[in-house]
Design a protein around this ligand. Structure first.
Ligand SMILES: Nc1ncnc2c1ncn2[C@@H]1O[C@H](COP(=O)(O)OP(=O)(O)OP(=O)(O)O)[C@@H](O)[C@H]1O
Length: 708
């Protein structure tokens, strides 16, 4: 450059200028002005590029244009030196015009944001190279403004380097640095002197002076002044730039904030939709609740009405309750009085019951301690063809039996008993006559009821009956438990114990057990008139049904033994013993009564019997029974109870403290005439037997153990 410029004599090149002069390629970057600091740092590695260097960079260009000139100038320089002088003059004129035009330069700061926004809107990416400036690249996030500035600065620099922006102001050409507050420098080409017009907003005045072209010193000073001014402006701009450096971060933060806000807005929208749904559902609930509320109100109205009615009723009832309480108080007093009366009545009742027992026993005594009932059974359906004896029932206690002897002469026998039951008599009629004895057993007496008669005469039917027409024993059971209930009201508690025994060929068998065991009739330790059977099964029963179950079991065991022993049942004696133990806790009294219900084996003539051994034992035991009864009748000192198992077993029920009832069962047939007369004669003799007055088993608890 220096070599191209004309060197005026006597003028030294300033060393500072030489130092500040940079290579062209570096100065190109510095001439951009806007963002020069950033660009110089990034591209040239220089910290600060002095504005003077820029100007000086431009200066040689102007000089070069001046020396090279336009094609016209170049051509004129080739022609003649006179033309060159003209040219200088014309240039000086042009400079004057330029200076006049630039007296009041329009110093304006380039609108950086507008420039930047144009670059941003053109779609320059952050990292896009300068060559891609202006391409339509698409980005999702706006680029950082610092990068945009850098890239745009680089693009502008390139463009300025290749095609400097030339703005025609009037007829002159000016080079704009692009910096808003950079002073506009207009260099007039083709003049001999240089006119410099500098307008600074900071100075507020315009420097306008002419410096001859050869006065390099003056030009240098001028340029130094310009440099100082521009340097101050540069520093000012640097400060402004430093203040703007934070804008990209702020923008990025704002964008991030915007992005977050958008996300939050989406979330808020979703929540709003959810809340809208909830509001809808809640509205539906409110509607249903409103409907329910209406119903509830209606129900409340009804309930209120009902409450009024109930309250009225309650008041009425309250008054009634008051009356009832008064009545209750009155009745309580009455009740207490009645309780006292009841206690007295109970005492009287107890005494009356005792008297009743005494009277009942007296009646039994008057009737006789041993009573005999005769029962004639009817012929069965399959026995209608059999010949019958003649039976005359003279009264309720006398019967006459008629037959014909060998001479075909009528033979009649008349027998009297306590009662005679003809064939049409019912089981109920029979038991009606028996029940007073059961009452005596509950009062503490020993009772013995047995049936005596020929085989097939109806003994079992009378004692047990048939399921559809029960006999004495089942009815006795029912009567016992009914009476116990009534006695309970009088303060008596009863315990019932039962045993079932069979005597076959003078051997004892337990009908409640199938075991083979030795059973003996033994005398009670504390009462010589009482006996008991060892090893026998004794059951305590609390209900009639349970007692019937035991009776059925005993009957079944007897039938089983009968099958094994070839029709043993009709050849054995069955004894059912019921013990009635009554206690009156209040009066401290105990009573013990026993009921012996005996189904005797059938009496049979040895002549007609095919089983002699059984018949002998049966007839022997029956004979011994007759002897005991006759001994009792004759009041003999010795009563042969022990001659047979049967009389020994029935000893407490036959003599002394006992009441005995004997059924004489007879068959109505003619071929049974002899056996019937024999049985009737035995029964008639028993009926006439007068036994000692019976005594009731009445003990105080202190001595009851001995009696039991
Ligand atoms: N009063 C009566 N009314 C209707 N049938 C009767 C009557 N007495 C007895 N019988 C019937 O006569 C038959 C013989 O009676 P039952 O078995 O009671 O005689 P029994 O004396 O017990 O004989 P055995 O000594 O052999 O046991 C039975 O079928 C019975 O139902």
């Amino acid at each position: 450059m220096d070599s191209r410029l004309p060197k005026p004599s006597g003028i030294k090149r300033p060393t500072t200028l030489t130092k500040n002069i940079l290579p062209m390629d570096r100065i190109k970057t510095a001439t951009l002005g806007f963002g020069s600091k950033t660009a110089s740092v990034s591209m040239c590695g220089m910290d600060i590029l002095p504005p003077l260097a820029r100007d000086l960079t431009n200066l040689p260009n102007s000089f070069r244009r001046e020396r090279a000139g336009s094609p016209d100038i170049h051509r004129s320089s080739v022609t003649t030196g006179a033309n060159r002088t003209k040219l200088r003059r014309s240039r000086s004129a042009c400079d004057i015009r330029d200076i006049r035009a630039m007296k009041r330069p329009d110093i304006s700061i380039a609108p950086i944001p507008a420039k930047t926004m144009r670059l941003v809107n053109s779609g320059v990416s952050n990292n896009a190279p300068a060559s891609s400036f202006g391409t339509n690249s698409t980005v999702s996030k706006p680029p950082r403004i610092g990068n945009v500035v850098a890239s745009s600065t680089a693009a502008v620099k390139k463009q300025l380097t290749r095609n400097p922006i030339v703005t025609k102001v009037g007829s002159s050409t000016s080079l704009r640095s692009g910096t808003a507050n950079t002073a506009t420098t207009t260099v007039r080409k083709g003049t001999s002197s240089t006119a410099t017009s500098i307008s600074t907003t900071g100075a507020g005045k315009t420097i306008n002076k002419r410096i001859p072209p050869y006065d390099y010193k003056a030009r240098f000073n001028d340029l130094s002044e310009k440099h100082q001014v521009l340097k101050a402006k540069y520093e000012e701009k640097c400060e402004q730039m430093s203040s703007l450096e934070g804008l990209p971060e702020q923008l990025e933060e704002s964008q991030d904030q915007l992005f977050k806000t958008k996300e939050e807005l989406k979330t808020v929208n979703i929540e709003r939709d959810c809340l809208n749904q909830q509001v809808k559902s809640l509205n539906l609930k409110i509607d249903s609740l409103s409907a329910a509320l209406v119903k509830t109100k209606e129900e409340l109205t009804k309930l209120t009405e009902n409450y009024k009615i109930v309250k009225e009723a309650h008041d009425i009832f309250h008054n009634e309750v008051q009356d009832l309480r008064a009545q209750t108080s009155y009745l309580t007093d009455e009740n207490n009085i009645l309780k006292e009366d009841l206690t007295a009545c109970k005492e009287q009742l107890f005494r009356a019951n005792m008297e009743r027992k005494e009277l009942h026993n007296t009646i039994m005594d008057l009737r006789g301690n041993i009573r005999v009932f005769c029962r004639v059974r009817p012929p069965l359906d399959f026995e209608q063809d059999k010949m019958l004896c003649g039976w005359n029932y003279l009264d309720e206690s006398t019967v006459e039996i008629q037959s014909f002897d060998n001479r075909n002469k009528c033979v009649a026998h008349t027998f009297s008993f306590d009662h005679v039951f003809h064939p049409n008599s019912k089981q109920e009629d029979i038991f009606e006559m028996v029940s007073p004895l059961i009452q005596s057993a509950l009062d503490g007496y020993n009772i013995c009821i047995f049936a005596y008669g020929q085989t097939g005469s109806g003994k079992t039917f009378t004692m047990d009956g048939i399921p559809t027409n029960v006999g004495v024993i089942p009815r006795t059971v029912d009567l016992l438990f009914d009476s116990i209930k009534n006695y309970k009201r009088l303060g008596w508690e009863y315990e019932i114990r039962v045993t079932f025994l069979e005597i076959y060929n003078e051997v004892l068998y337990d009908l409640l057990s199938n075991e083979q065991k030795d059973m003996e009739i033994r005398m009670a330790k504390h009462n010589k008139n009482d006996i008991y059977v060892s090893n026998i099964t004794q059951e305590s029963v609390t209900s009639a049904s349970r007692l019937r179950e035991l009776m059925s079991m005993a009957k079944m065991n007897r039938a089983t033994a009968s099958t094994a022993g070839n029709e043993r049942s009709s050849r054995s004696h069955a004894v059912t013993k019921i013990e009635l133990i009554g206690t009156h806790a209040e009066k401290n009294e105990t009573s013990l009564g026993t009921i012996n219900l005996v189904d005797l084996a059938g009496s049979e003539s040895p002549k007609t019997s095919t089983r002699m051994n059984e018949t002998k034992n049966i007839n022997r035991s029956l004979s011994e029974l007759t002897n005991v009864i006759l001994a009792l009748l004759q009041k003999q000192d010795h009563i042969p109870y022990r001659n047979s198992k049967l009389t020994h077993l029935l000893m407490p029920s036959l003599g002394g403290n006992s009441k005995t009832l004997m059924f004489i069962n007879v068959a109505p047939f003619l071929d049974c005439f002899v056996e019937s007369v024999k049985s009737l004669r035995f029964a008639a003799s028993v009926n006439s037997c007068k036994m000692a007055k019976a005594k009731r088993n009445r003990f105080l608890n202190t001595s009851s153990n001995n009696s039991l």
